[in-house]
Design a binder for this molecule. Sequence first.
Ligand code: BG6
Length: 484
Amino acid sequence: MTEASATLILFGATGDLAHRMLFPSLYNLLADDLLPHDFLIIASGRTDMAQDAFRDDIDAALQKFLSADRYDADVAARLRAMIAYQPVEAGNADQFRALAKRLDGRLERGVSVYLSTPPSLFAPTAQCLAQAGLIGPATRIAMEKPIGKDLASSRDVNDAIGALFDESQIFRVDHYLGKETVQNLLALRFGNMLFEPLWNATAIDHVQITVGETVGLEGRVSYYDGVGALRDMVQNHMLQILSIIAMEPPARMDPTAVRDEKVKVLRSLRPMDGEAVKVHSVRGQYTPGAVGGQIVTGYADELGQPSTTETFVALKAHIDNWRWQGVPFYLRTGKRMPSRQSEIMIQFKPVRHSIFGRNGGLEPNTLIIRLQPEENIRLLIMTKRPGLDRQVQLEEVSLDVSLSNAFAGQRRRIAYERLLLDLLEGEQTLFVRRDEVEAQWAWIDSIIEGWRNANMKPAPYASGNWGPSSAIALIERDGASWHD
Ligand code: BG6
């Protein structure tokens, strides 16, 4: 790790992510004394606004998005004083010169650039930074997803950014990697002797990964339509979770070792084709219904026109390597599901031979790792039901660990706190390397092309359900069922 960047340039500073996540995270880092001394945040957006007006906006956002007991007017005032607002439009050389002026004498002390803009602006912004002389060996660049909309376009973005920055300076953000719970998967797998010897096709029957959301489009029509759940959630967040669940143990907790192992998994995903998608994938789109007792409209109504974009996807994925041969990974994610629930379920195989006879109630073990909304780890194991029955009666009970109880009193951090701190300090382990993004897209492209060839359109599902009924059939055909 190098010295922490003394300056952060945030493009897209007037946007939703900056208000909801990035500034509250910077506030928290400052409150915990984790920002470098004399830190400068150059906030930039296309809107021409006065610096004080922007600072007022950020203060309002902090009051809105931080919990009341967290907001402290003194810390907010210190953060406010660190922010300089600089209107910038990609392509406007004068504005970039003005930006460079603000950086006078600071470039050598390290600059982290954060692109929270539409992806079409990534390359033009980076090029303008280069022309303004703002890219040096101590400059880093972070990019929000999506990196492209398929493999070819993601290569274009990576080529354009790669022409100006070395890979060691590029930080591709997948905010799921900043979540404590996702990092905890590494701790669970590699910090315990218990699981690793069984973590393979010999002992595991299948794996399920679910990320359910209750929200709908939330005013993101222009971004979401034509993108859909596969590109929005599976290509990045879900495949990152899958790669951490499935990877070989890295030799060390460092960016090369961890990402080398993840990319091997991503490259081992079996591509699909027009035939495979018919059996191994389900697309859905929500129609009117009720979520949490609230009546909600359908996707097409929110959009104002019919659409073939999927808001739900379920997949049966195969990882073609030694460890996972024959173990399906079922993935499902969707909007307007009955509950906000992200979890991983590891279904173990039955014991090899039951000494308890047929009616003893023996069930295979299950490990459930709940990521959201609450964090817990549950291991379902068999125990003897108390009683004098001649034939032992078994019953499933759970070993239950609630992480919020285990770490009561410790604040759960925003994922972006971890990621911003790592960016400033140049620590890349929790950022996505180019080869990972491209392996993710290669697999996703095979599914999209399969859908096109098979002319597969999303099936409707009423809001408040776990997708269309075909999603249930996808797993039940194999004798398993979704863990809801
Ligand atoms: C984003 C997607 O990347 O992740 C959104 O674009 C989705 O559609 C969000 O709602 C989910 O993130 P989280 O942290 O709320 O699970």
